[in-house]
Design a protein around this ligand. Structure first.
Ligand code: CU
Length: 128
């Protein structure tokens, strides 16, 4: 009888320690997810055509950016980037430097003026 009680006590002990180990592990994973350096976000970038799309995505694909996808219909640029290597502000700056206004950065006039005619989104050229 004593043996059975001991066995139960032992079993209970193991279950308890295992459960808390599981809980700790789960907590750790959750923390890692919360502080993950990989960030997915999107912001508005103005453009009108396929050429714009190429230009915008190339401009956004700097070091630390894994994915850059621009949709001319929604005018949104989706980016997945490593926050240890770059910031979303930097991506705004790069895109603007290539001639496309974002919701936070304006492209310099000099660069904008050099865009092909079909890409002149500030001069009434519609999405095509
Ligand atoms: Cu264009």
């Amino acid at each position: 009888m004593k043996f059975i009680i001991r066995l139960f006590a032992l079993l209970a002990f193991f279950t308890m320690t295992q459960n808390s180990a599981f809980a700790q592990k789960a907590e750790k994973t959750e923390k890692a997810e919360k502080t993950s350096p990989i960030i997915t976000t999107e912001f508005e970038v103005t453009g009108v055509c396929k050429m714009c799309k190429k230009r915008i995505e190339n401009a956004a694909l700097v070091k630390g950016v894994k994915v850059a996808e621009w949709d001319k219909n929604t005018q949104m640029l989706k980016v997945i980037y490593d926050s240890r290597k770059t910031t979303v502000e930097m991506i705004h700056q790069y895109v603007a430097a290539y001639g496309h206004d974002t919701d936070k950065a304006k492209a310099p006039d000099g660069v904008y003026n050099k865009l092909p005619g079909c890409c002149k989104y500030r001069d009434g050229v519609k999405v095509h």
